[in-house]
Design a protein around this ligand. Structure first.
Ligand code: FAD
Ligand code: UDP
Length: 382
């Protein structure tokens, strides 16, 4: 069959690729979607182990969004149940809510001191529920500044050096600002309007998105083994006339010709325990000790009622390199990397390639942002 029987080729069956495939198939386009892995779902892929416990293969994934369009779209593919993610931080052996809130303040300070700081916070940030840690460490009030430095040291400095290999002052502020300081007792990790988990896991969503007579899926297929860049894109020696959408790492597609784009990677180490629960909440962060950044206990994500068995995942962040064959997980946002990315982006434009997703756009997107980007691109291509 000629490759030109397809109107669209999509590389990558994660949220970016699957959303575009689904929308374009519904608009009567013939879609070929390929992935080099042996499964669909990209990094959101999950499965059930022999004990029936959900496992997120590429690390814990929690759905949350304030984008109604994304939320309405996603509900077509799965049942969902309300799930508010709660995280505790093990700070010098004491478990305190993260983001750091008034309860965390009380657990780490003497009563009187905690009261003084709470009053100062209320006076200095009236009507604010969440502030940036940077608002505190740069504050002119010495008590608030000292409090800010305490939280910075205890929550951000060591965790960030584990996660990114550098001090928090050296990374883009938007990364640190993903985790605020809460002025009150609210203890959910996210503040979004819609916080839900798919009742049967994320992979079920992908099955449902891609089950369509206009979509053909090829797994275990790396586009690099099939593509050539000449006057246009050639797939298996044939010039492809349709739309080409790429959702993987852009430097890989172009053989790293301008250099390797930096990322952080992860080792996710699973442990089985003969316990009903290993820890009191889904995720415990380790901002003052240990080599791993956090432990997530997967059962919590589906409220699974399974006795005497549980699975936890420890996340060890590490450098990404071609030699070690690590997976690129986190784009590292800084000027030099962005300049390198732009070179690849221009090359992609030359071949009329549409880039969509966390790797292809080199942006620290959550799932909802990727779906939003994909819906916009699909609209354009319909
Ligand atoms: P991906 O899911 O990475 O999909 C890209 C696909 O392209 C992959 O399947 C890959 O195999 C394929 N591919 C790449 N190159 C090629 C090639 N050359 N040939 C063929 N196929 C190729 N977001 C949240 O909203 N909530 C969370 O709690 C959350 N937790 C996260 C935890 C971790 C540890 C990580 C790493 C990310 C987390 N995210 C979370 C982000 C979320 O994973 C991404 O936003 C989303 O999965 C990105 O979707 P995507 O389609 O852009 O990319
Ligand atoms: N962070 C931290 N301590 C924490 C939690 C987060 O220093 O206890 C910082 C760290 O730099 C991290 C960033 O905030 O990379 C964003 O955290 P988030 O939980 O959003 O990361 P993700 O879930 O994407 O890995």
């Amino acid at each position: 069959m000629s490759i030109n029987n397809y109107d669209v080729i999509i590389v990558g069956a994660g949220f970016a690729g699957a959303t575009i495939a689904n929308c374009l198939a519904n608009a009567n386009k013939k879609v070929l979607i390929i992935d080099k892995r042996n499964h669909i779902g990209g990094n959101a892929y999950d499965y059930f182990n022999n004990d029936g416990i959900i496992i997120h293969q590429y690390g814990p994934h929690i759905f949350h969004t304030s984008n109604k369009e994304v939320w309405d779209y996603l509900q077509k593919f799965s049942g969902f149940f309300p799930y508010e993610h709660r995280v505790l931080g093990n700070i010098d052996g004491v478990l305190v809510p993260i983001p750091f809130n008034f309860k965390s303040l009380e657990l780490t300070h003497q009563k009187e001191e905690a009261e003084t700081i709470k009053q100062l916070l209320k006076q200095n940030f009236p009507n604010k529920k969440r502030i940036s840690i940077l608002d505190l460490i740069n504050h002119s009030n010495p008590t608030l500044k000292a409090f800010g430095n305490f939280v910075y040291q205890k929550v951000f400095v060591y965790y960030t050096s584990k996660q990114w290999g550098i001090h928090p002052s050296q990374i883009d502020q938007s990364v640190i600002n993903r985790v605020p300081v809460i002025l009150g007792y609210e203890d959910t990790y996210f503040a979004d309007t819609y916080q839900f988990m798919p009742s049967k896991g994320f992979t079920e969503i992908f099955n449902s998105m891609l089950k369509h007579p206009n979509i053909h899926i090829e797994l275990n297929t790396n586009i690099k083994d099939h593509i050539e860049f000449k006057d246009a894109i050639y797939i298996d020696k044939e010039k492809f006339n349709g739309h080409f959408i790429y959702t993987g790492a852009i430097d890989e597609l172009f053989n790293y010709q301008f250099g390797v784009l930096p990322y952080r990677s992860l080792d996710i180490v699973l442990e089985k325990h003969n316990l009903t629960h290993y820890q009191p909440v889904a995720t415990v962060n380790y901002p003052t000790s240990e080599k791993f950044t956090r432990i997530s206990e997967y059962k919590y994500f589906l409220n699974q009622d399974i006795k005497d068995k549980t699975v936890i995942a420890k996340e060890y962040s590490k450098a990404y390199s071609l030699e070690s064959k690590t997976d690129p997980y986190y784009p590292i946002n800084n000027e030099a990397n962005l300049a390198l990315y732009k070179k690849y982006e221009q090359l992609a434009q030359k071949y009329h390639i549409y880039l969509c997703g966390r790797l292809a756009e080199y942006k620290y997107y959550n799932m909802d942002a990727v779906i939003a980007r994909a819906l916009t691109l699909a609209d354009k291509l319909k």
